[in-house]
Design a binder for this molecule. Structure first.
Ligand code: PMP
Length: 385
């Protein structure tokens, strides 16, 4: 690939992260539960990483549970909380544009007897807070709203939603995967009780994640075994992976200021130039309240998949939406929730930039895309000028 603009789907691991991980495969390979010196060393680094990741989101060391990724963190948050607290109520609230993992967990909980309300969003993907408040009942025990959309990049009013939940004594969970490393997350300020993070989304290794669980918030484990991670996630700890995630968080915390400035510049060039050059092209999502690295468009009369494949032929990697849902033929549930027609949703394209992009990558897309759109529209039976 000459140009990679699909950072939301996957990120390369930063070389500095790999270097920090390597000694924990070869030299310090101990098990934190072992009672000898190697075990002590492993435990020491595990706790240091826990402290680091707590600092990354404004939490405390005891509130960090390591998992195999954000999918597991989301499962542990929603199922773990619902099962532990079902005597308090059986109602959960999510939004219509949550990540597919949250939707499928909600479906599972419905089968287990829980009720789930899905809050609609406006045309920009912002959760309707009045509707959310109206849906709260005496049986509501948990609200789960993603920090930002992994598809259209719209940021939610997390602090406001957290405040509402706190006032009503309802637990608040946020899947922060799309936003981590791009906005400063502060679980205290945002009144968050449960927060999911993924290592790869901050240039760490895949297969590692964190669930932040606020002190005194009680959840049930999903994986039962030797009692690691305070009994909430049994299994031998993945020390090299945890070191990778922690190092990735340290690096991004230092470099975020510069990166966000650079990404915003790239994003704004895409958002301004592409609809200017290409007729009948619209931006999906909010123009201002959006992730600094996300540009998302829809093009009348063509399929996103054809666009993606044509760009792929030119060495440019992009996406038509969430990689986690790409195996279904259904249009994106997020785009349909914005009020788009099926054909509009199918004609959408997502570009997400990241650490290793250069200005020339953006130049190349702006140069190549208009010709491809024009060609596809010439072949399209439905496009009218
Ligand atoms: N939530 C969001 C918003 C995501 O984009 C993803 C995919 N990166 C996940 C959860 C699942 O994360 P993981 O692949 O680490 O399980």
């Amino acid at each position: 690939m000459n140009v990679y603009l699909d950072y939301q789907a996957a990120k390369p691991v930063d070389q500095r992260v790999i270097e920090a991980m390597l000694p924990y495969y070869f030299d310090h390979f101990g098990n934190p539960s072992s009672l000898h010196k190697e075990g002590d060393k492993a435990e020491e680094i595990l706790e240091k990483c826990r402290e680091n990741l707590a600092r990354f989101i404004g939490g405390e060391k005891e509130e960090i549970i390591f998992t195999s990724g954000a999918t597991e963190a989301n499962n542990l948050a929603l199922i773990g909380y619902a099962m532990r607290n079902k005597d308090k109520g059986n109602h959960l609230i999510i939004s219509e544009i949550e990540h597919i993992s949250i939707h499928n967990i909600a479906k599972y909980l419905q089968k287990c007897g829980f009720e789930v309300s899905k809050i609609p969003v406006d045309q920009y993907g912002r959760v309707n807070i009045d509707k959310l408040v109206n849906r709260i009942t005496e049986k509501t025990i948990l609200i789960s709203i993603g920090y930002a959309s992994d598809e259209i990049g719209t940021l939610q009013e997390i602090s406001e939603i957290g405040k509402i939940a706190r006032e009503k004594n309802i637990a608040f969970h946020s899947d922060a995967v799309a936003a981590e490393g791009l906005v400063t997350i502060d679980v205290q300020k945002d009144h968050i009780d449960l927060l999911s993070l993924s290592s790869n989304d901050i240039y760490g290794p895949k297969g590692v994640g964190v669930l932040y669980v606020k002190k005194r918030v009680k959840i049930n484990p999903l994986i039962i075994g030797g009692g690691q991670e305070k009994g909430l996630r049994s299994g031998t700890e993945n020390i090299p992976g945890v070191v990778g995630m922690s190092t990735a968080a340290e690096i991004i915390a230092k470099e975020m200021g510069e990166e966000v400035k650079r990404f915003t510049d790239y994003r704004d060039r895409l958002l301004k130039n592409i609809p200017e050059i290409i007729p009948k092209c619209h931006v999906n999502g909010h123009l201002k309240k959006r992730l600094p690295n996300n540009a998302h468009f829809r093009f009348a009369g063509i399929e996103g998949e054809s666009l993606l494949l044509s760009l792929n032929d030119k060495g440019i990697a992009v996406s038509t939406g969430s990689a986690c849902s790409s195996k279904t033929l259904e249009p994106s549930h997020t785009l349909i929730s914005l009020g788009l027609l099926h054909e509009e949703a199918h004609g959408s394209l997502e570009l997400t930039c990241g650490r290793f992009n250069k200005e020339r990558d953006i130049d190349e897309v702006i140069e190549v895309l208009p010709g491809i759109v024009h060609k596809l529209r010439e072949l399209s039976p439905i496009y009218r000028e």
